[in-house]
Design a protein around this ligand. Structure first.
Ligand code: SF4
Length: 61
């Protein structure tokens, strides 16, 4: 499984609080994937993607 954040993040911070092992806020102030999901955290990465208010987290199986 792979995750990425496409353009349009509104910097709400939800994904970082749900899954800090995968997402962090970049120097530009938007979310980025800094580590690919592992079996240990892919469920919370998926949850972050589902919860993103602007649906800019893309999960590829
Ligand atoms: S949940 Fe979506 S809008 Fe919020 S910080 Fe993460 S990527 Fe950005």
């Amino acid at each position: 499984m792979k995750a990425k954040v496409i353009e349009g993040c509104i910097s709400c911070g939800l994904c970082v609080s749900i899954c800090p092992e995968v997402f962090r806020m970049s120097d530009e102030g938007v979310s980025e994937v800094y580590a690919e999901p592992t079996p240990d955290n892919e469920e919370s990465a998926r949850e972050a993607a589902e919860g993103c208010p602007v649906s800019v987290i893309v999960i590829e199986e």
